[in-house]
Design a protein around this ligand. Structure first.
Ligand SMILES: [Zn+2]
Length: 389
């Protein structure tokens, strides 16, 4: 087994050899408590059973993890409030995530393998290999599902002192990537009664909107995808990541991290047009990188109001972000189930095929169709996209 260590400063210093992973099956049916405790002085949120003893005047209560995070609170590194209670098990060299009933690892892999030009991860033998940055460490993981009802995240290459809080943060990334927080049952009830969606949800049962948890990556991918075909979009992303992303080589393969906004903010448009970005797209990407680096744009700030319409207004106020890109980012990063990139060409093509039309439907026709999808437009769109493959 040949191994190389990273050449970057991402906390990857020493080789890490995982033990055999033993998976216990007796998971107690715990779940999140009705309230989380936030500590105002540290901006950290905890489970009520955490050991900390903050002064009562410094305590604030949140009804959910999401509410705490929208308010700018970070998960606790001691009680591991980043992950839902009872939905995961720590096996040291792996973390096991308990998946919801409406989940199919195979259906999600089908989505992830739709392009052979995807550069951010590799899928082989029903296993995803990806480098994930969590806190100040980059960790190479392999994600698989060996048992119905759970996914296993193996830490195959990581810093020698891989902290439990880092492992949990990586697991949280995977949890978000697979959109495991969303209860799909209401969508399936709605779709089951919709003649257009009903065959799709039967065929793709358990598919979730595979997200792009990182806002910068989501925005750049949205900008790249404007008005070009998917194959060329993947090619541009590959060049961008190869040119500016950190990466790790393990067993003769290279796994990248998406370029950091700080790196991109320091570039000039010519650095991107050299990769065949148009002049405009180069400027849009640099603008987004600068705003994120300056702290004027963040996922947390976009979600802070709790109102997705407000997030959409903030996004479209950025140069180069129109309603399509904004809704695409809201769908895949902000996790608005009602986000609706209605002008999407793929959506139009899918509708044309599913409805057996001679031409693509018009926007008013789509609006009419979508009336019965209210609140679940993002999921309807995602399933329709999949129908094209
Ligand atoms: Zn805690």
């Amino acid at each position: 087994m040949s191994k190389k260590t990273a050449r970057s400063a991402n906390g990857i210093a020493t080789d890490f050899v995982p033990d055999r992973v033993r998976v216990a099956r007796d998971v107690p049916p715990l779940s999140d408590p009705p309230a989380f405790i936030g500590v105002k002085t540290t901006n950290i949120y905890c489970f009520p059973w955490c050991n900390g003893r903050p002064k009562p005047e410094n305590i604030v209560s949140f009804p959910s993890r999401q509410a705490a995070e929208q308010a700018g609170y970070r998960p606790c590194k001691s009680c591991y409030s980043a992950l839902p209670a009872g939905k995961w098990r720590d096996h040291k060299t792996a973390i096991e995530l308990m998946t919801p009933k409406e989940f199919s690892f195979t259906a999600n892999l089908g989505y992830l393998t739709r392009s052979t030009n995807e550069c951010m991860f590799q899928v082989e033998n029903n296993q995803i290999t990806r480098l994930i940055q969590a806190h100040d460490q980059a960790v190479l993981v392999q994600i698989s599902s060996e048992h119905e009802g759970s996914m296993l995240i193996r830490f195959v290459h990581a810093p020698a002192r891989l902290k439990k809080s880092t492992r949990v943060a990586v697991a949280r990334y995977v949890w978000d990537w697979f959109d495991l927080d969303t209860d799909l049952a209401p969508f399936y009830r709605l779709a089951g009664a919709d003649p257009l969606l009903s065959p799709l949800v039967n065929q793709l049962y358990g598919l979730r909107i595979m997200g792009i948890p990182d806002l910068f990556e989501a925005l750049v991918w949205g900008i790249i995808g404007q008005q070009i075909n998917l194959a060329f979009a993947y090619e541009l992303k590959r060049r961008f990541v190869a040119a500016f992303g950190e990466h790790l080589t393990w067993q003769d393969r290279t796994y990248p991290l998406f370029p950091a906004p700080q790196t991109i903010a320091a570039l000039s448009p010519a650095d991107l047009t050299a990769l065949q970005f148009t002049g405009k797209k180069a400027e849009y990407v640099l603008e987004v990188a600068r705003q994120i680096t300056a702290g004027t744009l963040s996922r947390q700030a976009l979600l802070a109001s709790g109102d997705y319409k407000e997030a959409e207004r903030a996004l479209v106020s950025i140069r180069g972000i129109g309603p399509w890109t904004a809704n695409y980012v809201m769908m895949r990063c902000l996790r608005d189930p009602a986000a609706f990139p209605i002008a999407d060409v793929g959506l139009h093509n899918a509708l044309k095929v599913c409805l057996n039309l001679e031409r693509k439907p018009t926007i008013p026709e789509i609006q009419q169709l979508a009336e019965s999808w209210q609140g679940w437009e993002a999921y309807a769109t995602f399933y329709l996209w999949r129908s094209l493959y």
